[in-house]
Design a protein. Structure first.
Ligand SMILES: [Cu+2]
Length: 79
């Protein structure tokens, strides 16, 4: 979830194999892109929801918004 230049919940707890989608509840475009490469939602316009991304690795996956680099989030991924 996205809103007010932040991600919620953050961190989010997910399991390996789970599909994650980001919904943009803010009024400007955002993305969710894994740091150092990996998943990338691409641009999510206001009110839109990203395509589902299947999480395949366990651990803490940090990500950010490519439009607003100071906007960061994390997924805590467990097996
Ligand atoms: Cu953003």
């Amino acid at each position: 979830m996205l809103g007010g230049n932040s991600y919620s919940p953050n961190p989010a707890n997910v399991q390996v194999g789970q599909q994650v989608r980001w919904h943009n509840a803010d009024s400007v475009v955002h993305t969710a892109a894994q740091n150092g490469g990996g998943f990338d939602t691409g641009l999510i316009t206001a009110g839109a929801t990203s395509a589902p991304i299947t999480i395949t690795t366990a651990g803490t996956l940090n990500y950010h918004c490519t439009v607003h680099p100071s906007m960061t989030g994390a997924l805590n991924v467990t097996q």
